[in-house]
Design a protein around this ligand. Structure first.
Ligand code: ATP
Ligand code: MG
Length: 631
């Protein structure tokens, strides 16, 4: 693929430059200097990062690479919960708030580091009592509540492998994941709250464990009054399980390469994959990136809006921030309930200083209007961050102006369930180029290459790859080694992320879509993100998704599905306007032939647009795996 193959925007690059004090005070300092230092001795770099954690026994080698299997921190012994909890309790953070939680109706809970450690130990002891052992898989299917975090940490405490399933999934998705992981225990709650309504989870679990013979016990947290009945053959009460347990529990000594958890990908491009992460490297990677990429400091109040049920929640709600001894805020509430001002109110009320969210949320807020954030004092914010999909320039600008007060750097982090930690971003303090995620972080060798693996010249597009192993890389795909090997063999000897990207002349990388979603129009490769981003930059448009539909002459033509902003009405005139707008911003080749106005787009439960569903619907094909589709 070459430059001409992609419809790269032609206008001169535009940068936003944060106040120099950001760089001066950041953990990372000057990006180029830090990156060069890493390149000069990668092993020393990752050794130094590991030294920021407490090990029960030191490792004797940083990394061993037996293509395509890497082992990190060989023979090192560690427990991530010791590093998340005990270490802080011993080092002066015992009474620092670890978790602030807020429910939909305004209920609040706070756990200090020593309180959280005690809860985790009690549940860990309870799990041991019902027979959970090191290496057993435990499925966690819970709402976003402190007990969800406690359950994850309790598993990690005793070396059980957690498999967290997002609490919004239905019976089939849950059953699939319980069966694939062979979970022995399921930890759940009776209900979760959504927009003022209690959603019953227990009946879903009851159905999902039918035909899941590995399950021996279901642990149920009962939130509602009157309390739901438990079936004593299989079900135990969460609180009773903990009640008489001692509040200390020796952290299991884990080998660095022992599995820590498995987690299924979002299922945006196909059936979800069970990604396996290892104890040592994952701890090093998430500790490092939370500190150096999100620049979290001792007195920050940190909020990442992801559900702990996704990788962003694992790495940047739970493990990364707690490894750094940060104060984490999180909430069960939805962004538009009771109204679209709730998040901004929470930022004001809790004095949030680092705020990490997703483009899908930002675009939703753009649609409802900037009058909502304008009502609240957001001056506590210091750093903004984004993950999940490309942050299109329009959304970047809105986030920067209306939330960040033209003051806060935006850290657009590109990474995946598979990578475990951030890979590409613009470090705090560096010039930000809207539409471009940025450059590989120190510690990572990433590039844009052609199908033979040769780096493309700046200004060109191709496949996003990672060229060397990294500590928090996936160790496998559960029950599917073939799929694991594919990541490393699609393009010879490098890790293929299956995303398409363009490398700018300034070295910045723009993610332009999924390789699976690539649209080839008359021999030109069109990345979906680019056309969608052009559409969203039109004042009438809130959100857009494009797909290719067959065309006898051009091979494919582009069809756009468009959600309008509040108050806008679809018309033929608007269709022409939008087509013209894309012609002018991206070029004639990217112009949609068809524009359909819709009220919603098919999305994964984590908020990503599922273009494969639109395509299948349009072409009357089988819709494929829909287990992760939002209702
Ligand atoms: P599946 O692999 O099952 O199709 P998924 O890829 O959506 O699902 P995740 O691991 O949750 O599952 O998401 C990772 C993907 O999200 C990346 O490969 C990329 O396509 C997209 N992504 C994440 N962060 C960014 C970002 N900052 N900019 C652009 N794209 C991003
Ligand atoms: Mg993926």
């Amino acid at each position: 693929m070459t430059e001409q193959d992609f419809a790269v925007p032609l206008e001169a690059p535009k940068y936003y430059r944060p106040d120099p004090s950001y760089r001066e005070r950041s953990w990372i300092g000057d990006y180029q200097t830090a990156y060069q230092k890493f390149v000069s001795d990668p092993e020393a770099f990752w050794k130094a990062r590991a030294a920021e954690l407490d090990w029960f026994e030191p490792f004797d080698e940083v990394m061993q690479w037996d293509f395509p299997y890497a082992r990190w921190y060989l023979n090192g012994k560690i427990n991530i919960t010791y590093n998340c909890l005990d270490r802080h309790v011993k080092n002066g953070r015992a009474n620092k708030v670890a978790l602030f939680w807020r429910g939909e109706e305004g209920e609040e809970k706070a756990y200090t580091y020593s309180q959280l450690l005690r809860q985790v130990c009690r549940l860990a002891n309870g799990l041991k009592r019902i027979g959970v052992k090191k290496g057993d898989r435990v499925c966690i299917y819970m709402p976003v509540i402190p007990e969800q975090v406690v359950a994850m940490l309790a598993c990690a405490r005793i070396g059980a492998v957690h498999s967290v399933v997002f609490g919004g999934f239905g019976v089939n998705a849950l059953n699939q994941r319980i069966r694939d992981s062979g979970s022995r225990v399921v930890i759940t709650a009776d209900s979760s709250m959504r927009r003022g309504k209690a959603i019953q989870l227990k009946p879903i679990v009851e159905e999902a464990v039918v035909n899941a013979p590995s399950v021996e016990t279901i642990v149920v947290l009962r939130r509602d009054e009157p309390r739901v009945e438990l079936h004593s053959e299989m079900e135990v009460d969460f609180e009773e399980l903990m009640e008489n347990e001692p509040h200390t529990c020796e952290a299991e000594v884990m080998d660095a390469e022992d599995p820590l958890f498995l987690l299924y990908t979002s299922g945006t491009t196909g059936a979800p994959k069970g990604i396996v992460h290892a104890c040592g490297g994952y701890a090093v990677g998430t500790q490092y990136t939370t500190k150096y990429v999100l620049d979290v400091k001792e007195d920050d109040v940190y909020w990442c809006t992801a559900d702990p049920g996704w990788i962003t929640g694992h790495s940047y709600v739970v493990y990364g921030p707690l490894l750094n001894g940060a104060t984490v805020f999180f909430t069960e509430s939805t962004p538009d309930y009771p109204d679209a001002g709730i998040w901004w109110k929470l930022i004001r009320d809790y004095g949030i200083s680092v705020f990490y969210t997703a483009p899908t949320a930002i675009r939703m807020f753009m649609r409802v209007g900037e009058e909502w954030p304008a009502k609240y004092d957001l001056s506590s914010l210091r750093i903004l961050a984004s993950v999940g999909e490309p942050l299109n320039p329009e959304a970047f600008e809105w986030f920067y102006h209306h939330i960040g007060g033209c003051r806060c750097p935006i850290v657009d982090t590109w990474w995946q369930t598979e990578t475990g930690m951030h890979m590409i971003t613009t470090m705090v303090g560096e010039p930000m180029r809207p539409g471009f995620a940025g450059q590989p972080i120190p510690g990572v060798f990433a590039d844009v290459v052609d199908s033979d693996g040769n780096p493309v010249e700046p200004g060109n597009g191709g496949y996003l790859v990672i060229q060397q192993p990294w500590p928090s890389m996936l160790r496998g795909v559960y029950n599917n080694d073939e799929r694991y090997r594919q990541y490393w063999t699609t393009i010879d000897s490098v890790y293929t992320a299956t995303d398409l990207a363009v490398k700018g002349h300034d070295g910045n990388i723009m993610v332009i879509g999924r390789a699976d979603d690539l649209i080839i129009v008359a021999g030109h490769n069109i990345g979906t993100a680019e056309v969608e981003s052009a559409l969203v930059s039109h004042e009438a448009v809130a959100e857009a998704a494009v797909i290719g539909t067959p065309d006898p002459v051009k091979g494919n033509q582009i069809k756009a599905f468009v959600i309008l902003r509040n108050g806008q009405v679809g018309s033929d005139r608007l269709v022409s306007d939008l087509r013209y707008h894309v012609r002018m911003t991206v070029g004639p080749i990217a112009m949609p032939n068809e524009v359909e106005f819709v009220d919603s787009l098919p999305k994964t439960r984590s908020g990503k647009i599922m273009r494969r569903v639109l395509r299948a619907q349009e072409l009357g094909m089988d819709l494929g795996d829909l287990s992760t589709l939002e209702e």
